[in-house]
Design a binder for this molecule. Structure first.
Ligand code: ATP
Ligand code: MG
Length: 530
């Protein structure tokens, strides 16, 4: 059931992820140099401004040599913090830093100053890049280069001749320190090497070659994802390696996204589950010409089988590919590939190339056979080096044999397809039973009058915890708490029943589409005690 291993460059060969990505881009199967001058890489969806591959690479060369001139001491021991909404400058900056071997550490521009302080304590940046309005959140002792300053703009335009002046970068050097989403606790700084990213992109490129034999259309993807999170980060490098076009949205907006699909004839959207739910449920989608769309790639949080089947009924020409990954795996660790695997609704797909897995009994540490639930452990060349500034967390997560403990409760079926039940930390403990909230959320989302839902543990004297649902009703719906509880009770074992319901206007979610159950738990507790 394993996918064939994909050959990787010898680990000792000095090579940055950018040199590797560009070697794929320049390979005869991807693009010839004449098409790079006409093929568009990046489009800003709001303004329509765009960069061709040639212009993009020219800007990368300019910026990296200007940065080197400005900060001659910047080396591959240094970290650069990045705080900005997505714009055409961001990919140029990422590629420049990566090709200089300076570790890139992008953060959520809407983080609070204290969250930023925490991240900076972990990654210890030597320099920061930020837009001027957001730069105020940075501590005063870090030198800042403003992304909207005349200085930065001139660094993009300084004429340099020849290709990027790559520093000697070793594959084992840190490429990026990416922050985990902080869903289960404090954000961690995940150290990703050039080797990790090379391994990841090698696998994705391998599939692209196989796919192109079937269909030969130019892919235009629309990024609704933030570029600071691992999902958007690796998808950006992936797109560049394959000569694809990427439409960037500075600020996510559902209607603007639909307009952008129609205007730019978008073929592919990497998404998180809330967007699939929204598309499956919204009546607005019928107003737009989405005929160019061929597939969605969904990951980052659990996608219910019911929702994905409903989406397919509504959009029979759009395939949903699912993927599962962690910041700690540099990107997708499993995914579905091709039309046959895409029909496995509810599964997160099979292991990515060069990735190994086992399902482990969280109590005994014993490996379990297919069909049995346990913690998923992963190993492979795309698995992180460790956590920055937190040796204890590294030791608790990576074992001496290189296995990464994901904290996710999962099982494989006998065909090697992975099913994610929920995070171990988020299981609701009802009496002696464990209830996965994600399973109940999927059932709730399939109720037509429910627009969105989240399930949390609610303290209970007798049971310890009971499952409680927060519900967003569809506009005009008057569905009651009792009707909702009854509808779920018919579908689940008695211990999984929802025993409390509250209505809310929207479910709090992280930028990567994860339900922030911790926020709802505090809300439930504060409402109960007031
Ligand atoms: P933190 O580690 O800081 O608590 P986080 O785990 O949410 O936050 P990420 O690295 O962004 O940070 O997310 C990885 C997690 O997202 C996985 O461990 C898993 O729980 C969840 N996840 C990712 N993809 C999927 C998927 N396809 N289905 C279900 N869950 C997924
Ligand atoms: Mg995590």
């Amino acid at each position: 059931s394993l996918r064939p291993a994909v050959p990787l460059p010898p680990p000792s060969q000095p090579l940055s992820i950018i040199q590797y990505a560009l070697s794929l881009l320049h390979s005869p199967t991807t693009a010839s140099s004449s098409t790079l001058s006409t093929t568009i890489f990046l489009i800003d969806s709001a303004s329509g401004r765009h960069l061709t591959y040639s212009t993009f690479l020219q800007q990368v060369a300019s910026l990296s040599s200007s940065l080197k001139a400005l900060h001659p001491s910047l080396s591959n021991k240094d970290v650069a913090f990045v705080l900005s909404p997505p714009s055409l400058h961001i990919p140029v900056l990422y590629f420049s830093l990566l090709s200089l071997g300076v570790a890139l550490s992008p953060s959520n521009p809407s983080s609070s100053p204290s969250e930023i302080d925490h991240q900076i304590r972990l990654s210890k940046p030597a320099v920061a890049f930020a837009t001027s309005d957001i730069s105020r959140k940075l501590p005063a002792n870090i030198p800042v280069i403003l992304l909207d300053s005349p200085q930065f703009l001139s660094m993009l335009e300084s004429k340099v001749s020849g290709p990027t002046n790559d520093a000697a970068v070793n594959q084992s050097d840190t490429a990026a320190i990416l922050y985990s989403s902080g869903t289960t606790g404090k954000v961690k700084g995940v150290v990703i090497t050039h080797r990790n990213l090379i391994a990841l992109i090698a696998g994705l490129y391998h599939n692209k070659l196989a796919k192109d034999e079937e269909e030969n259309t130019h892919s235009v993807s629309l990024f609704t994802l933030p570029l600071f999170h691992v999902f958007g980060f690796f998808m950006l490098i992936r797109a560049a390696s394959m000569g694809e076009s990427v439409v960037l949205m500075e600020k996510f907006d559902f209607v603007k996204m639909l307009e952008a699909v129609a205007r730019h004839r978008v073929t592919y959207i990497p998404v998180t589950p809330p967007l699939v739910v929204a598309m499956a449920k919204s009546d607005l989608v019928d107003k737009y010409d989405l005929s160019s769309l061929r597939s969605l790639g969904c990951g980052g949080a659990p996608l219910g089988k019911e929702v994905s089947e409903r989406f397919r009924k509504k959009f029979p020409h759009v395939e949903i590919f699912q993927g599962y990954g962690l910041t700690e795996t540099s990107g997708g660790a499993t995914r579905t590939i091709g039309p046959e695997e895409a029909t496995r609704h509810g599964s997160a797909g099979r292991l990515s190339e060069n990735m190994e897995a086992k399902i482990v009994d969280p109590q005994t540490g014993e490996a379990l056979p297919p069909g049995q639930r346990g913690e998923l452990w992963l190993r492979g060349p795309a698995v992180m080096k460790g956590y920055a500034g937190d040796d204890a967390a590294t030791a608790a997560t990576l074992d001496s044999e290189g296995w990464l403990k994901t904290g996710d409760l999962c099982y494989f079926d006998s065909d090697g397809f992975l099913f994610i039940v929920d995070r171990l930390k988020e299981l609701i403990k009802y009496k002696a039973y464990q209830v996965p909230p994600a399973e109940l959320e999927h059932l709730l989302q399939s109720i037509p009058e429910v627009a969105d839902a989240a399930v949390i543990p609610y303290p209970d004297e007798e049971a310890g915890q009971i499952p409680m649902a927060y519900i967003v009703r569809k506009p005009g719906s008057t569905i009651s708490a009792t009707e909702i509880m009854d509808s779920i009770a018919k579908q689940v074992a008695p211990y999984k029943k929802i025993r409390r319901v509250a209505f809310i206007n929207s479910i709090p979610k992280s930028p990567a589409g994860k339900i922030l159950r911790r926020e709802l738990v505090s809300l439930a507790c504060s409402t109960a005690s007031s």
